[in-house]
Design a binder for this molecule. Structure first.
Ligand SMILES: Nc1nc2c(ncn2[C@@H]2O[C@H](COP(=O)(O)OP(=O)(O)O)[C@@H](O)[C@H]2O)c(=O)[nH]1
Ligand SMILES: [Mg+2]
Length: 314
């Protein structure tokens, strides 16, 4: 299954981002808590050069909490300031405090060198990670459009969110890393590369198979699968039968089944699932298991998807 990020799309995103980044002191990097490495941009380090950065693991409400704790320990061990974020007022307050603290540190350093200025920050992240939603929450109102329209260039607008902190209301679009095929497929699962070229049916079948191996009971229940031991197209057909996705003449509406499976997975209807396991952090005690979330099936609830893949990067 080939997944591509349109080169034109990426070139435009790069140009826009470089221009925006040249105007800020601080970057608020958003990644997806379900894929904390693969949803980070491989070139951001270079693009940011010496700029200060804080990291939010977004959509933490859809990720497995123990795995998220493991990820936070991992980022802490790398000296990256990070927190889990889920759009609640409490987390928004916490995120704002983290950004203001980072800005205050910079401001202080500037003052020591006789500079007095406002710190300017911008939000950056891959498509659909929750940039617009976060900016809106930060301001406490709808200031930026939420939805799948990446790369919409608007005139730069700075919004004051603290006495010495301004945030650019246009989120910076980053392109995901797609050279790692497993990562690319998982980015497609969570909807990062919706407008990329991929075969929806092949993607959906692969997701179903992955789900059957880590959330078997929940998947069978959700999609009313009666014969769980089938694979490939037959599994998708099970969903059509189970959920009644039928066309005239008894034909199976596999397109509808694909759309529903992907949507429901993305909405967290199959439970909280982290697709990329955190690398072990040496000096830290092992992540403790906590009681399972009610919505999750009892078995295997803390497992990342199979074939976790090797975690390179960082
Ligand atoms: N479950 C969940 N969904 C979120 C969260 N943040 C954003 N979303 C949803 O993710 C989708 C993309 O959000 P958006 O802010 O437009 O992403 P952007 O492309 O990065 O600007 C929208 O449907 C949001 O409602 C979150 O923390 N949890
Ligand atoms: Mg947006």
């Amino acid at each position: 299954m080939e997944i591509q990020w349109y080169p034109g799309h990426m070139a435009k995103a790069k140009r826009t981002l470089a221009l925006q980044l040249s105007k800020v002191n601080l970057a608020v990097e958003l990644c997806d808590a379900r894929l904390p490495l693969s949803s980070r941009n491989p070139e951001l380090d270079r693009l940011l050069s010496a700029k200060k950065r804080v990291l939010l693991l977004c959509k933490a409400d859809l990720a497995e909490p123990n795995q998220t704790r493991g990820w936070l320990a991992y980022f802490a061990s790398k000296g990256v300031e990070a927190m889990a974020y889920d759009t609640t007022p409490q987390k928004t307050k916490q995120a704002k405090a983290m950004i203001e603290k980072a800005a205050a540190e910079m401001l202080e350093r500037g003052l020591n060198r006789g500079m007095k200025k406002t710190i300017r920050a911008m939000v950056v992240g891959v498509p659909n990670v929750g940039k617009s939603t976060f900016i809106n929450r930060l301001y406490g109102g709808a200031i930026t459009e939420v939805g799948d329209r990446p790369g919409v260039t608007r005139s730069n607008r700075w919004v004051k969110v603290g006495p010495y902190l301004e945030v650019l209301d246009t989120p910076g679009l980053l392109w995901p890393k797609l050279t790692d095929k497993l990562a690319a497929v998982r980015l497609a699962y969570i909807g990062t590369i919706r407008d990329a070229v991929y075969d929806q049916q092949a993607l959906c079948i692969r997701l179903l198979q992955d789900l059957m191996s880590v959330r078997r009971a929940a998947t069978c229940e959700r999609f009313k699968i009666k014969n769980p031991d089938v694979e490939g197209l037959a599994l998708l057909e099970e969903v059509c039968h189970g959920r009644g996705f039928l066309l005239k003449g008894g034909l199976l509406d596999t397109d509808r089944a694909c759309a529903v499976v992907l949507d429901e997975f993305r909405e967290g209807k199959l439970g909280r699932i982290t697709l990329e396991p955190p690398p072990p952090v040496k000096s830290e005690p092992p992540v403790k298991s906590e009681p399972l979330e009610k919505s999750e099936p009892p078995e295997k609830s803390e497992q990342p998807l199979k074939e976790a893949g090797t975690l390179e990067r960082d």
